[in-house]
Write a protein that binds this ligand. Sequence first.
Ligand code: ARG
Length: 560
Amino acid sequence: MDYKGYIAEKLEINDVEKSTLSDFIEVPPTADMGDFALPCFKLAKVMRKSPVMIAEELKNKFNGDATFTEVSAVNGYLNFKINRENFTAELLSEIESQGDLYGSATIGNGKTICIDYSSINIAKPFHIGHLSTTVIGSALCKIFRFLGYKVVGINHLGDYGTQFGKLIVAYKLWSSEEKVKEGRLKELSRIYVKFHDEAKQNPSLDDEARRYFKLIEDGDEESNKLFELFKTITLEEVDKIYKLLKVDFDSYAGESFYNDKMQPIVDELKQKGLLKSSDGASVVDLEEYGMPPCLILKSDGSSLYATRDIAAAVYRKNTYDFYKCLYVVAYQQNLHFKQFFKVVELMGKEWAKDLVHVAYGMVSLESGAMSTRGGNVVLLEDVIAKTIEKAYKVIEDKNPDLKDKDKIARTVGTGAVIFSALCNNKIKDIVFSYDRVLSFEGETCPYVLYTVARCNSVLNKNQIQDGFTVPTLTAEEYDVIKELGKFKDVVKVAGDKYEPSIVTRYALDLSASFNKFYFACKIACEDQNLKNFRLHLAKSVKTVLTNALNLLGIDTVEEM
Ligand code: ARG
């Protein structure tokens, strides 16, 4: 039963939508405060009364309602106590019948969300700095799909710029097709670094690079063939990591895709009187909005990162008619997004308000930060491989007789890497530690996976029967029920706030409440009905934890 919806329906307040009322209703932090509460201060403005008076007045609407065992007005809150046994029976049956769809919704039906994430740069190493955008973006895709939205995942490839001219020059001087096919991204990195070293001595190399970049743009066959080679190599390499992380995209339209879509934008900006020239360059002045000007064309007429982003936004609106377009990009680019969103707004596009920069913090290793050009790069591939290797050792230590240790280590290791990037509020910087992410205690992936395995082991050792009557609940049992009942809201709020960590924290909380129950209440007890009820509780916990982890892109294991 949808208690919040039911309460909202009965409250019936003029000028307040049912869905808004339902959103106001909270689950109090401790069970003695009731099961649901309406903070009446949220209605003080529309009802023009004090919260205390509102609570008293609204209480009367529930006189004689058998859904609740008690409705009370306390300090401006309207508190509801439900019949917990009924609630439990309904909830467990709903979870069991919905299975892997439990927690899903239809609120997004008919709406499309574009999510621009991962958005790697061609011929550059895929390093630990790309972890967050990749896994946050992927989790948001899964969360929004679960909520019923149509999602278009976009890898806005960085495949445009003079660096490709530099690579061609470097390739011609110091590499070959064989070498590139052999050494892959490492070879491309090597010649790129070498180019920068040599160009310090010999600046004419830079002129050559500009010339080759121009050739790419002008459609020169040989230059484009090389460019395609660099692109293919990069995509093949990152695809291995995407597969491990269960990440996929609906579109790989990168920056160069917009080559022929920028001129109309420039024309429109001109026509709307937004373009100003400044030292030969064309800019949109944003002084009035407290920002530096947004560069649209350089003095040589070439486009910029922002020009391509504006063209991409217009293209996405025309192609997908999005409800929202999200950009999962590090906070270092805050200004870029504020600027180009403003330009889109100034162009008179009312949908500019639907562009959202989903910013996140930095990831570094305990050993220190890294830089791309200096060569001191920490590859994501290496981090995942090392985590899997360490996971194998941990598992072997704890459970040497386990079958399929390789496969389990792969799931636990990759899961641990993903979980670490989704565990805290996304804007926080993270320091990655192998030992910490693999610990079985604390806020970790192994802790949650182990809880699933624990449910599974109980269910394997005991025969579960179909029917049961809900007994008078212990505090520990009811805490688990309460957590299970939160999942739908959790998914919705995670979507509303673009914050997968809400799902991650939830998985940790549900695991903690289950483990407390597991140690306080014997599941395989004498009383057959009680035992059966507890087995159903474990089964539901397994289902919901699995659903939560799947939204994050993490597989579960049966045993570990
Ligand atoms: N390739 C860019 C980078 O690595 C990120 C692109 C983000 N997406 C966008 N539409 N600007 O910094």
